[in-house]
Write a new protein. Structure first.
Length: 400
C-alpha cells in the first residue's frame, strides 16, 4: 500500500505562498474544506485562524487538514515578517534537532540487527524497531487466537484484525512467544550495544495483560520506550502498564490538540513520554503547547513524523523551540527523492543524526515542483484551482 501526503499551498494577495503537509495517509479534502473559512483573512492572525478551524479537526488522520493549514500559515507569517518560524515561537533552545529513525523489519533477528547497525553507520544516534507478533505468527505454540492461519478469529467477521481495537482481539502470547520476541531484542542489543537509545513499536493488537507481559520481559534490554502497545484513549489501562513495569511507555501520534487528549494523558501520568505528530496534533504551536505542558508535569516529549520534508522541517521548528524535546522521527530514510521535494536548504537535510534548524524565513524551504509532479496521483494536477471550496456551505457554530 502506498501512503501519500497531500501538500497544502496557501496563496496571498501579496504574492507570498505558504506550504504545509496533510498527514501521511490522510485525505486532501480535510484541508480543502477549510478554504472557505480562511478566504479574506490575514494569515498572520494565526492563533485566531487556528481557533476558527480547529473544530474541523479530529484524532488520527482527521487532524491532518487543520494541522497542515496551520503549518502553511506559520510559513506565510514567517515570510511576511522575514523571520524563521522558531523565532515567532519565542526563540530556540537548540541549533540542531536530534532525530531517530525506523528500520525495515526482518523475521531473521541477525539480519534485522545488521539493518539497525547500518543506521548507526550512517550517523543515527537514536533508533526504533518494529517488533511484534507478526514476526512470530508462523511459529507454532507462540500465540493463542492468532490473527492468521487456520484459526484466524476474524476470517468471517465484519472487521479485519488490523481494524479491531486491541482489547477485543483476544490474542494472547505464550511464554514461548515472549521468548521468541525477546530473542530479537537480545540479538539487537548484542549488535548495537547499550549506548544507543532504542525504542519499539507495532507490537500487535492485544490487551493490557499481554502488554504487561511484554513490558516486564523487555526490562533487561533497557528500551527507550515501548510505543502504542494499546490505543491511546484507554488511559486507565496505559497507567496500569506504566505502573507495572520499568520499561518506559509512550503514545500520542493520533491525538488531536492538548485539550483533546494529551492533557488527560499527562494529568493521569498514564505514560512516561508523550509523542505528538505535529501533522495530527494541530500543527506547530499546538505541538509546542503539548511539550510545554508535559515539561511542567515531568513527562518526556518526542515528535512522531511520517510525512513529507515540508512538515518535517516544520516539526524541527517546534522541536527547537520546546525546552524538554527529545527526538524527532525520520520515517523517510529510504524513500527515493524525499529530500529532492524541497529546495533552499543545505543537504543532506539529516547529517550525523541531526537536522540544523533552518534560519530562512518561514519554515525555510520551497517546493521543487518538478520533483513533486513526479509523485502526483494519476489524473491530478499540481495545485489545480479549487473554486468549488470557496463558499461556506454550513452554519459552523457549535452552540445555541
Amino acid at each position: 500500500m502506498v501512503i501519500r501526503t497531500p501538500i497544502v499551498r496557501i496563496y496571498t494577495n501579496q504574492g507570498i505562498v505558504g506550504h504545509g503537509d496533510v498527514r501521511d495517509g490522510a485525505a486532501k479534502e480535510y484541508a480543502l474544506f477549510l478554504k472557505s473559512r480562511l478566504l479574506g483573512e490575514n494569515p498572520c492572525n494565526l492563533e485566531r485562524l487556528f481557533r476558527k478551524v480547529r473544530q474541523f479537526g479530529h484524532h488520527g488522520r482527521q487532524g491532518g487538514g487543520v494541522s497542515g493549514v496551520e503549518m502553511a500559515l506559520w510559513d506565510l507569517a514567517g515570510k511576511a515578517y522575514n523571520v524563521p518560524v522558531y523565532q515567532m515561537l519565542g526563540g530556540k533552545y537548540r541549533d540542531q534537532v536530534r532525530v531517530y529513525c525506523d528500520t525495515p523489519i526482518s523475521k531473521d533477528p541477525q539480519e534485522y540487527a545488521q539493518r539497525m547497525q547500518a543506521r548507526i553507520d550512517r550517523g543515527y544516534t537514536a533508533l526504533k524497531m518494529d517488533i511484534g507478533i507478526n514476526l512470530i505468527e508462523d511459529i507454532p505454540g507462540t500465540l493463542v487466537n492468532a490473527p492468521k492461519g487456520q484459526y484466524a478469529p476474524y476470517k468471517y467477521e465484519s472487521k479485519n484484525y488490523n481494524l479491531t481495537q486491541h482489547p477485543f482481539t483476544r490474542v494472547q502470547i505464550t511464554e514461548k512467544g515472549i521468548d521468541k520476541l525477546m530473542e530479537f531484542l537480545d540479538v539487537m542489543r548484542s549488535q548495537i550495544g547499550y549506548e544507543i537509545p532504542m525504542g519499539t513499536d507495532h507490537w500487535g493488537h492485544f490487551d493490557v495483560n499481554e502488554a504487561i507481559k511484554i513490558a516486564r520481559a523487555a526490562e533487561r534490554y533497557n528500551l527507550a520506550y515501548i510505543e502504542d502497545i494499546i490505543p491511546w484513549h484507554f488511559m486507565d489501562q496505559w497507567r496500569e502498564i506504566t505502573e507495572s513495569s520499568t520499561t518506559p511507555t509512550q503514545t500520542g501520534e493520533d491525538i488531536f490538540t492538548l485539550e483533546g487528549g494529551f492533557k488527560d494523558l499527562i494529568d493521569q501520568r498514564a505514560v512516561d513520554i508523550v509523542h505528538p505528530d505535529p501533522n495530527t496534533a494541530g500543527g506547530i504551536l499546538e505541538t509546542k503547547r503539548i511539550g510545554d505542558y508535559a515539561s511542567m508535569n515531568g513527562i518526556g516529549f518526542m515528535h512522531h513524523h511520517a510525512a513529507g520534508p515540508v512538515s518535517f522541517l516544520g516539526a524541527v521548528h517546534s522541536a527547537a523551540a520546546t525546552e524538554n524535546f527529545m527526538w524527532l522521527e525520520h520515517h523517510s530514510v529510504d524513500k527515493p527523492k524525499w529530500e529532492d521535494l524541497v529546495t533552499g536548504i543545505e543537504k543532506p537535510i539529516v547529517q550525523d543524526g541531526y537536522v540544523k534548524v533552518p534560519e530562512k524565513p518561514g519554515i525555510g524551504v520551497e517546493l521543487n515542483e518538478e520533483v513533486v509532479e513526479e509523485f502526483l496521483v494519476e489524473g491530478e494536477k499540481l495545485f489545480a484551482p479549487t473554486e468549488e471550496w470557496n463558499e461556506i456551505r454550513a452554519w459552523d457554530r457549535l452552540w445555541s
